[in-house]
Design a protein around this ligand. Structure first.
Ligand code: SF4
Length: 297
């Protein structure tokens, strides 16, 4: 078998930056707290835990004092910064610059919507860490939408400013935009900039991967997609592979691989999500190469 790793797979720069910051910090600290999983990948979380990274949630944060806490790439709502200030917690802020910029845009748009009696709508997943950071900019007034039923929460008589969680699909965003436009027109009989302002805030680090991955998946006989099962980006990118290549398999690590998936002459491609570490894809590639002699000719 011929085994290759997709050169475009693996960490986006936001996650890479957060992990580097955590590792640098742990070089001279025995313990570093991290608000939530630093990446949606259990293998990487376990590796960093062994180095001293302790995952906590926002409730735990309230009970901590005089220590260091890392903010991961997804960012945090303003409340987290207030708690840190009150409890003398030093924040190691590894929020992705793209997310920070989006938080700022959401805050500015929210202030404008307050003056104009309008609404902020976020296309994203309720409860997702990045979405919590975004709704925090709007005093929790933003409306989070994911599907058609969620649209009923919007008052289409009033102005709407739309943003997207950075990791949502571009296709989904533009489909939602069209639905909102149609509902505004149906209610008001018109549609202009005052009524609706749509901001495509999807991160190109993610959306650019789709076309690149389509090409890679098509070139291979078998795709082994490596990702944590909790990663929404992983689930979406796996679907991209599956559409191009029906022999695509989703695994968390090499132990989930079955030799029945391969034939001796196969070209096997390894790829993954923006939260998949390169060391893990290399480990999976090595494992598959070792299986070669066990596959019947
Ligand atoms: S996907 Fe984009 S926005 Fe999200 S952490 Fe990575 S670089 Fe930042």
């Amino acid at each position: 078998m011929e085994v290759s790793i997709d050169k475009n797979s693996g960490y986006c720069f936001g996650v890479e930056f957060a992990i580097k910051m955590a590792e640098d910090e742990m070089e001279h600290e025995d313990k570093l707290y991290c608000l939530g999983d630093i990446v949606h990948n259990d293998m990487e979380v376990a590796r960093l835990k062994a180095k001293g990274l302790a995952v906590i949630d926002r409730e735990d944060l309230k009970d901590l004092h005089d220590c260091k806490v890392l903010i991961r790439a997804h960012g945090e709502p303003p409340e987290t910064y207030q708690v840190a200030l009150q409890n003398n917690i030093e924040l190691i802020d590894a929020s992705c610059p793209v997310v920070l910029k989006l938080q700022h845009r959401v805050k500015t748009a929210f202030d404008k919507m307050q003056r104009e009696d309008g609404q902020i709508v976020i296309y994203g997943k309720k409860g997702h860490a990045e979405v919590i950071g975004l709704t925090g900019q709007t005093q929790e007034k933003a409306i989070v939408v994911m599907n058609d039923e969620d649209l009923d929460q919007i008052d289409f008589q009033k102005p709407v400013t739309l943003f997207s969680q950075t990791t949502k699909s571009t296709k989904g965003f533009y489909a939602l935009k069209e639905k909102i436009e149609a509902r505004i027109k149906a209610k008001k009989g018109k549609l202009d900039e005052v009524d609706f302002n749509a901001n495509d805030s999807i991160c190109r680090q993610v959306s650019n991967r789709e076309p690149q991955l389509q090409v890679f998946a098509k070139e291979q006989d078998v795709i082994i997609f490596v990702s944590g099962k909790k990663s929404s980006n992983g689930k979406a990118l796996y679907q991209v592979c599956l559409q191009e290549n029906p022999r695509s398999y989703f695994v968390e690590n090499e132990t989930e691989i079955s030799n029945e998936w391969f034939e001796k002459s196969d070209k096997v491609g390894i790829c993954g999500a923006t939260s998949t570490p390169m060391w893990l894809m290399e480990k999976v590639a090595k494992y598959i190469k070792e299986q070669d002699e066990l596959i019947p000719a």
